[in-house]
Design a protein around this ligand. Structure first.
Ligand SMILES: [Zn+2]
Length: 468
């Protein structure tokens, strides 16, 4: 059955780079999003221009609310669902030992793992995160629970078990031997990759190979994962990890990676160049289905390599503030042509809602030193939280905006459910100029949005179900 959703539609049409997002911003004040029975977008335009062929279709009237594409979270951690309160652990490496490894170890208990998978999926539905790259648990039963809950909810996920083959005593429960790590990764791919449709070009459930970061694995692990990944790339399997997050001189993450691996660049360890002097030791893990979280402190050569390989960055400004990791230089990073999507990085990030992370992105980039400071436009923010995420997941052809024929992944927003949002939309100062006013309304929507105002979350035209 065809269904028409009526409301103020915003999306970034086409396939622009972030700098061209404003020219691709579509705003239709009394819009109609027509969703065909197969869950794809059959038509989009002004309601009064609705083609006769759709005149009999059911209308869901969301006026005076909004219709926007579903948010894409390019980096968050399942086993850190209850860790958004984890202050007191210092910066990244201390926080991992003090707060995160103990929290993640609790998923060894299957009952606790089921509980966290349920609550994680609830938070995703509440925040309108229709697609996500989820950094998984070390424990296969927790991954099973995640995929099962996600399937029931009807939303998209790419996830993989967090791989660790070395680490501190605090991480003991999360560490396996080399062979076991490989077996578990292979088994997760065969159990869950594209199992819902049997085809990675249509599946909602997909699998990634996910070493926590280079310090949690060895040269042997990276060589084995490179070989495994080469064998499953064509099945559409993903690769995901962390890169260049903490640059504290001497004992921070980046210096530790360079010293343990004796490499010139952190990225080399994921690029097969993990032998001393950045010599090749195995296959590269980079590519169009690879996402590196953070990338705050990249060298030029690293950014160029990310762009060349089609690898995306999951930018996580909320988390970077929480752990004192610094600010990814927005203009410089984008100038290399690398795709920058957005991640909440739950639980180092403490906001599930992508638009809250966009709010932080706006603030930190305006506050970059001297000429690097940039005021991101509302269109660039919307692009980063939706279409850039779909691009990072190599699924831009399927969702991320309302181009015809794409899957209908969208949110219904009802400002009356969140009074502060309703009030800024009602009483905010607006320009007489149409283009400026459009950007002002979108900016108000993104900055003022909170979970209670998200009243409908749809994937492939079907309403997502929050786990009971
Ligand atoms: Zn992370």
């Amino acid at each position: 059955m065809t269904t028409i959703y009526r409301g103020h539609v915003f999306h970034i049409a086409g396939s622009p780079l972030v700098g061209d997002a404003a020219q691709h911003l579509v705003s239709i004040q009394d819009g109609a999003l027509v969703v065909a029975s197969d869950g794809t977008i059959a038509w989009l335009g002004e309601f009064r221009m609705l083609p006769a062929e759709h005149s009999e279709a059911a209308v869901i009237d969301n006026r005076p609310g909004f219709i926007i594409p579903g948010f894409v979270d390019a980096h968050l951690h399942l086993p850190q669902t209850y860790s958004t309160d984890s202050a007191g652990g210092g910066q990244l490496l201390e926080w991992l030992d003090t707060c995160v490894f103990p929290a993640e170890s609790r998923l060894e208990d299957p009952e606790f793992a089921s509980l966290i998978a349920r609550d994680f999926t609830r938070r995703r539905v509440a925040a309108g995160t229709t697609a996500a790259m989820v950094f998984g648990s070390a424990f296969p039963h927790a991954q099973d629970a995640l995929f099962e809950e996600t399937r029931r909810a009807g939303i998209r996920v790419v996830s993989g078990r967090g791989i660790q083959t070395v680490g501190s005593p605090a991480a003991a429960a999360l560490i396996t031997g080399e062979e076991r790590a490989l077996e578990l990764a292979e088994s997760e791919i065969s159990r869950w990759h594209a199992v819902d449709t049997g085809d990675s070009t249509t599946a909602l459930l997909q699998v990634a190979i996910v070493p926590r970061f280079s310090l949690s694995v060895t040269r042997q692990t990276l060589a084995a994962l490179g070989e495994l990944y080469s064998g499953v790339r064509e099945k559409g399997v993903y690769f995901h990890s962390h890169l260049n997050e903490n640059n504290r001189p001497g004992d921070g993450e980046i210096d530790a990676v360079k010293s343990v691996y004796e490499v010139e660049r952190y990225l080399d360890t994921y690029d097969g160049l993990f032998l001393p002097g950045s010599r090749r030791g195995g296959e590269s893990l980079l590519g169009r289905r690879s996402i590196m979280a953070h990338a705050v402190h990249c060298q030029d050569a690293e950014l160029a390599r990310l762009a060349d390989t089609g690898t995306s960055i999951a930018h996580c400004p909320t988390s970077q503030q929480f752990l004192g990791s610094g600010t990814m230089p927005w203009t410089r990073t984008n100038s290399f042509g690398v795709n920058v999507a957005l991640g909440t990085d739950i639980g180092a990030g403490d906001e599930w809602l992508i638009s809250r992370v966009l709010n932080d992105a706006f603030k930190v980039h305006l506050s970059e030193p001297a000429e690097a400071g940039v005021s991101l436009s509302a269109a660039e923010l919307l692009f980063t939280g939706t279409l850039a995420g779909a691009r990072a997941l190599d699924m831009e052809a399927r969702f991320g905006n309302f181009d015809l024929g794409k899957d209908a992944d969208f949110l219904l927003i009802s400002p009356e459910n969140w009074e502060p949002l309703a009030q800024i939309l009602e009483y905010g100062i607006r320009s007489p100029d149409d283009q400026t006013r459009t950007e002002q309304v979108l900016f108000a929507l993104l900055m003022g949005l909170r979970e209670p105002a998200i009243t409908g979350v749809f994937v492939k035209g079907r309403r997502a179900l929050s786990p009971a």
